[in-house]
Structures are given as structure tokens and as C-alpha cells.
Design a protein around this ligand. Structure first.
Ligand SMILES: [Fe+2]
Length: 304
């Protein structure tokens, strides 16, 4: 019997265990978008290889479909379970790494996470973004510069963080004030910015859905080390999405979403200055962190 008669060659269109990926990839030959075609061919190739490696039972495959169904069903405007799934599998960080190859000295990037909100309030320097009055007061200050150390004025810093109980405002609608612990600041002529907030605390990613259940089944905890989120952008520079982390958090080495980079551990320190504390409306001593951001131009971004 010829191979053609058995249907084992991809061109016949007949499916077999051996030629499964080739048959399906052949069927997308007419796709007009070359990038879509490339992506789908790779996805099909890897997915079939995965299934051949695992050899799932029908029941196991049914469970996988049910998991993806539940992951979609729990999503809403404020709950992004698919981002969590991508995050806990390290895929978000991998996509971030591939897309942010930069020269040394540039600020490192990390995951966006599911809690960014567009259109946070614009504030003047010094504003206190903590609207619920909870937590340990913190002064956040720094500069935005280029890789030569020249200040970038007019850079925008979009900042957000969880409250003292480890929840973002969007997780506690009606409990926290709207836009609690969010704000946008613009650097001055020296590239400087400063604002008041509270010391971030570690928190669990939302773990009451299918992703949390999967984490437990994999023997993992859901915690993220304490951090503050930033998106920093300026005209003529590549925007960065990043965090700063407290350097003493117990979860630094086991972040549920793999977002920690050593360069992002920030200099949180105590300040004993009664006059400055009084100006800030803080008790003395108080906590401060200095975080500088270094942006690159599109030309400086490394390709390949
Ligand atoms: Fe976060």
C-alpha cells in the first residue's frame, strides 16, 4: 500500500496520529496574513507535540477544557484570570524580556499585572495617593533620566499599588475609595518627581479562581513580594512598565509571577528629620524610597 493510499501523507488531508500536526498546518496554507500563519503553524506544531508527550486520557483533556472554560468565565472588567494564568506560568515575563532587550544601565522592566487602570488622576508633586489613610507613610522620590544621566523633563509616571491590606482599589469596589493608591505625576525641569504614599505590603494574587486552584495543585503559594508599579514614558523614549520592590520581603525569591529582578530592589530607608516630617504631615522618623528611572530611545533598544 502506498503512503498516499494509507492517508499518511499530509497532502491527502487525512488525519493520523503520526502526521497530525502536518495535516492541520497544511489546512492553513491559504491564510493571507503571513504572521498569523507563522504563529498558528508554530502553535499547532507545539500543541500537538505537547499532547503526544503527555498522552492525556479523554477525561484529562476534558478537565483541561473545563479549566480554560472556567478561566474565561471568571473574567470581567476587573478580574483578568487569563493574565494571571500567563503570569504564573512565567509567560508574561518571557514576552516582556523578549520585547525589552536594552543596554545595561537602562531601567529593567517587569510584568504589568492585572490591576492597572487607565486614566488615573493627575497630581502635582507631593500629593498623597493614599486615600484610605491606612498604612505606614512613605515618601517616594527620584529622577527620570536618559542613559547619559541627563534629566528628562515632562516624563509621565503612572503609579499604582495595593493598600495596606494587600488589595488594589479595583478588588474592593465600594470598600476602598475609587482611585486609591493611583496617580500620574510629571517630572519637573530636573527630571524630578515626588509623592506621598504608604509602604507596600506583599499580597496574594487573586487565588479564589481556577488559577489559584492550579497553583495549589502545583504546590505553589500565590504571594507577590511587596512592590509599587510604575509605567514611565516620555516623548522620544521607549516607555517602561516596571515595579520597585522592598528589599526585605520574604517572597522576593518566590514571586508567584516571576516578576522580581535584582536591579528593581529599591532603597527603602528611614529618615529622621522632624522638620521635613512635619512638612510632609508624617510622624518622625518616617520611611522614604528613592527610585530613579533610566529610559532609552527607540534607537537604543536592542533588536534580535
Ligand atoms: Fe501588583
Amino acid at each position: 500500500m502506498t503512503e498516499s493510499a494509507t492517508g499518511h501523507e499530509a497532502g491527502s488531508g487525512y488525519f493520523s496520529e503520526e502526521n497530525s500536526a502536518a495535516v492541520v498546518i497544511d489546512r492553513i496554507a491559504a491564510a493571507t496574513d503571513p504572521r498569523l500563519k507563522q504563529i498558528m503553524a508554530s502553535a499547532i506544531q507545539h500543541l500537538h507535540a505537547f499532547v503526544k508527550d503527555v498522552e492525556p486520557t479523554q477525561e484529562e483533556w476534558g478537565k483541561a477544557i473545563a479549566f480554560l472554560t472556567e478561566t474565561g468565565q471568571i473574567c470581567n472588567e476587573w478580574r483578568q484570570e487569563y493574565i494571571l494564568l500567563s503570569d504564573i506560568l512565567g509567560v508574561s515575563m518571557l514576552v516582556d524580556a523578549i520585547n525589552n532587550r536594552k543596554p545595561s544601565g537602562a531601567t529593567e522592566t517587569t510584568v504589568l499585572g492585572p490591576f492597572h487602570v487607565a486614566d488615573a488622576p493627575r497630581y502635582q508633586h507631593g500629593a498623597n495617593i493614599c486615600l484610605d489613610g491606612k498604612g505606614e507613610p512613605l515618601l517616594v522620590q527620584g529622577r527620570v533620566t536618559d542613559t547619559e544621566g541627563k534629566p528628562i523633563s515632562g516624563a509621565l509616571l503612572d503609579v499604582w499599588q495595593a493598600n495596606d491590606e494587600g488589595f488594589y482599589d479595583v478588588q474592593q469596589k465600594g470598600v476602598q475609595p475609587e482611585m486609591n493608591l493611583r496617580g500620574i505625576f510629571e517630572t519637573d525641569a530636573d527630571g524630578r518627581y515626588w509623592f506621598r504614599s504608604v509602604r507596600p505590603k506583599f499580597y496574594p494574587i487573586p487565588d479564589d479562581g481556577p488559577v489559584g486552584k492550579l497553583l495549589r495543585q502545583m504546590g505553589r503559594h500565590p504571594y507577590r513580594p511587596a512592590h509599587i508599579h510604575f509605567i514611565v514614558g516620555a516623548a522620544g523614549f521607549e516607555p517602561i512598565t516596571t515595579h520597585i520592590f522592598t528589599p526585605d520581603c520574604p517572597y522576593l525569591h518566590s514571586d508567584a509571577v516571576f516578576g522580581v529582578k535584582e536591579d528593581l530592589l529599591a532603597d527603602f530607608h528611614g529618615v529622621d528629620d522632624a522638620d521635613r516630617a512635619a512638612e510632609l504631615g508624617f510622624g518622625n522618623p518616617y520611611e522614604a524610597v528613592t527610585c530613579d528611572f533610566v529610559l532609552v530611545t527607540p534607537e537604543q533598544k536592542l533588536r534580535g
